[in-house]
Design a protein around this ligand. Structure first.
Ligand code: KG4
Ligand code: ZN
Length: 355
């Protein structure tokens, strides 16, 4: 009897603990996630030590849950994939230690997975997946990468952020506007009430050639605009980081700033993607990572002509283990694996580019 390939995936790189089981023939069998948002909310951002401790508590119960939901026994698992980086070192070590221990106990390989490669491959979990080659825009909290993708493991970096990542810029600007962590989705909600005609923010690095990004100036632009508009009303609340008294800026003005900021980020990303597609003569675009959940981004990208744009489903735009199990599966069948007891994790890790 032929035994199907089944990969257990584990994700613990930042503030989400997740586990999933991917089956080569039947697709995703189960996935589960525990978000640490409530744990970090009072600090306004992720506290690495708290994140690691919470991963320790949540990882094994989540693995038990997905194995039960997938109807799998340990002996049905072919390999264990875990996020080896980039991410928070303490958090990564939890997934790596659990992943390696289980793999050793079950006598199967452990597969270290690059978190951004997993984001890149996530749209391939969806129906009608994009065929290789394509251009990928990866927009997460830690990275903004434009990549030419010829196949699994065949990546050529076309451009990247020289300072803040797109998600980081959303988070920092959200904080300036007095919004709670996590900032990206909160800023998107506020921007919906904004008047797009009121402020016009610059599109950084679009006037010159090249495919790199710079978003930190937009955050400063938002701060300057906030400081020069003290039209506070009863409900208006500007952040302390904005250097103003609470209530100095009205809710409407903050929504208008959020709207202008979001428009500038999304438009800049679209302009660079159009350029990358022209430069590579490719007609398929994959957009993935937390910021790809942004609805305004999806509207703007729908305006790019003659291009098929693929996204992961909304819940797999942000961190999850389905993409880790899937990336592990693609590496396993491609024969790229590291089967050893010693393991390492990496806070920083360039995507392996072999054009
Ligand atoms: O991919 P991800 O879950 O984690 C990393 O690998 O970093 O991305 C998280 C980032 C955060 O910066 C978050 O604010 C941003 O994605 N994000 C969004 C939205 N949802 C998540 N940014 C803008 N609009 C959204 N709807
Ligand atoms: Zn991520």
């Amino acid at each position: 009897m032929r035994i199907p390939i089944r990969i257990l995936g584990i994700e613990t790189s930042c503030d989400e603990t997740a586990a999933a089981v991917y089956d080569a023939e039947r697709g995703l069998l189960a996935h589960a996630l525990h978000s640490q948002v409530a744990l970090h909310a009072e600090y306004g951002g992720v506290v690495p030590e708290l994140a690691s401790r919470d991963h320790i508590q949540k990882t094994l119960p989540l693995i038990r849950r997905v194995l039960a939901e997938a109807g799998c026994r340990p002996q049905d698992i072919t390999a264990v994939a875990y996020t080896a980086g980039p991410g928070l070192v303490g958090a990564l070590l939890v997934g790596a230690a659990v992943g390696h221990s289980l793999a050793w106990a079950w006598g199967v390989p452990a597969l270290p997975v690059h978190h951004m490669e997993a984001h890149l491959l996530a749209p391939l979990l969806e129906p009608d997946p994009p065929a290789f080659p394509f251009v990928a825009l990866l927009v997460s909290g830690g990275h903004t990468l434009l990549v030419e993708v010829s196949g699994v493991g065949r990546y050529r970096l076309l451009g990247e952020s020289l300072d803040d990542a797109a998600g980081e810029a959303f988070d920092k600007t959200a904080k300036l506007l007095g919004l709670d962590y996590p900032g990206g989705p909160a800023l998107e909600r506020l921007a919906r009430q904004g008047n797009p005609a009121r402020f016009d923010f610059p599109r950084p690095m679009t006037a010159r050639t090249g495919l790199d990004f710079s978003f930190s100036g937009l955050k400063t632009h938002a701060l300057t605009t906030l400081r020069t508009h003290d039209d506070g009303d009863a409900q208006g609340r500007a952040s302390v980081a904005g250097g103003r008294m609470p209530g100095a800026t009205s809710t409407q003005t903050r929504a208008d700033i959020a709207c202008a900021f979001q428009e500038a980020v999304v438009d800049t990303l679209a302009i660079k993607c159009e350029r990358a597609l022209r430069a590579t003569s490719l007609m398929r675009l994959v957009v993935s990572g937390g910021v790809s959940a942004n609805q305004r981004l999806r509207e703007r990208f729908a305006e790019i002509g003659n291009v098929k744009v693929s996204y992961p489903r909304l819940e797999f735009c942000t961190d999850n283990a389905a993409m880790i199990a899937y990336a592990g599966y693609r590496r396993y069948v491609a024969g790229i694996q590291l089967d050893q007891l010693a393991f390492d994790v990496r806070a920083r890790w360039p995507l392996g580019f072999t054009a």
